[in-house]
Design a protein around this ligand. Structure first.
Ligand SMILES: [Zn+2]
Length: 383
């Protein structure tokens, strides 16, 4: 299966908005259309290789970006083509558990909802929803990479519609052959993850990985991924650690409770904390500027803008380990800030450039959110 006749190489520069990227194509800086609403922070790094196709002359942008590269292998980004891939896999009996299924209709409306396919499988109707997954690291793939209320609703509707002569299924297509496991991304979207867990008795949950050749043709190998339900059940809770990113627009002295007067340089600050329960409301509290001053971070938040928060949900306590890793990638820290109860020098780290674009910070998140799960998977031997 080949999706495009001709592709050109490009190199990623920036993403001014969700559907537009800036890149170099044939040594010229151009803007191009990106048909993917995901965050893609882990894939689109400055200098990342892109696969571009020419668009019709009536289109606003000359090029469209259809794929990028990770570890030298193309990763399909064109989410609108994901259903073509799904159809090919179904019609070629490549989805374990759905061998022999036939497509009755794509884009099928049931009640007020629309699903990707209606299939006939051994005389039974199967309603199938397909999701494209491009978030992966090592042996693990996760979905979604941005919260999806629509995705959660789809799962609930599939559960309601299953029964009698109708089966319902959700298929995650992971665009890399490296992963062996698939998990919902409970760090980014806990609600979606809990919903997937709660519907898994009634809705068939399938995850397969595919991979692409350099001419964006589909490789033969399709892998059936393991969904480690026990680990998801254990880890997908509103508890664990978090990193809050703040930006201080000018250098200043700030009085920080028991620490007294502290000099803060202008720049970005990464603060690590943890919550044994209600992690989401703790993060929401850090986002608010007006509140009683309780934690050290509250004093800084009075003067600094909130940029982003990153939950790192886990059953184990990773806070101080994350602090150690942030210490390695940052430029300075504020001594004893947020670390009165532990042995760390600090839980607040400074960096002059926006960390959300820095590979070392993105990799740190991947390490604690995804790579760390490999230990749990090896220990439990989920099969
Ligand atoms: Zn600590």
């Amino acid at each position: 299966m080949k999706l495009f006749e001709n592709t050109k190489k490009g190199f990623f520069i920036a993403r001014p908005n969700r559907f537009i990227i800036e890149c170099m194509v044939e040594e010229k800086k151009v803007r191009a259309y990106l048909p993917n609403p995901g965050r893609l922070k882990e894939l689109l790094l400055p200098g990342s290789t892109l696969y571009m196709v020419s668009q019709k002359s009536s289109c606003k942008y000359k090029y469209m970006c259809v794929a990028t590269e990770k570890d030298g292998v193309p990763v399909l980004l064109h989410t609108h083509l994901n259903n073509r891939v799904a159809r090919y896999l179904i019609e070629h009996d490549r989805i374990p558990g759905l061998e022999g299924a036939e497509v009755i209709r794509p884009e099928v409306t049931v009640g007020s909802s629309r699903f990707d396919f209606l299939l006939n499988h051994k005389g039974k109707e199967v309603l199938l929803e397909v999701k494209s997954c491009t978030l992966f690291s090592g042996k693990i793939a996760m979905f979604p990479d941005a919260p999806t209320i629509r995705g959660k609703r789809h799962l609930e509707e599939l559960k309601m519609l299953s029964g009698g002569n109708r089966k319902c299924a959700v298929l995650f297509i992971v665009h890399s052959n490296a992963p062996e496991y698939f998990l919902p991304d409970y760090h980014t979207d806990l609600e979606f993850s809990k919903t997937l867990l709660s519907v898994s008795q009634d809705v068939m949950v399938k995850a397969v990985s595919v991979s692409w050749n350099k001419d964006i043709s589909l490789r033969k190998t399709v892998k059936d991924l393991i969904v480690p339900w026990d680990i998801i059940r254990n880890e997908a809770h509103d508890s664990g650690s978090y990193i809050v990113m703040l930006k201080l627009n000018k250098s200043m002295d700030i009085s920080v409770g028991s620490l007294g007067n502290v000099r803060f340089k202008k720049g970005y600050y990464l603060y690590v904390g943890s919550a044994k329960k209600n992690l989401s409301s703790r993060i929401a509290r850090h986002q608010r500027r007006r509140k009683n001053l309780f934690w050290h971070i509250d004093y800084l938040r009075k003067y600094a803008d909130h940029c982003a928060s990153f939950p790192l949900r886990a059953s184990s306590d990773l806070e101080c380990e994350i602090a150690g890793a942030l210490n390695e990638i940052s430029q300075w820290n504020i001594l004893k800030f947020g670390s009165s109860d532990c042995g760390c020098d600090s839980h607040l780290f400074g960096i002059s450039d926006d960390p959300s674009h820095l590979p070392k910070f993105i990799n740190l998140l991947l390490d604690f959110r995804i790579n760390r799960l490999e230990y749990l998977l090896t220990a439990c031997k989920c099969k």
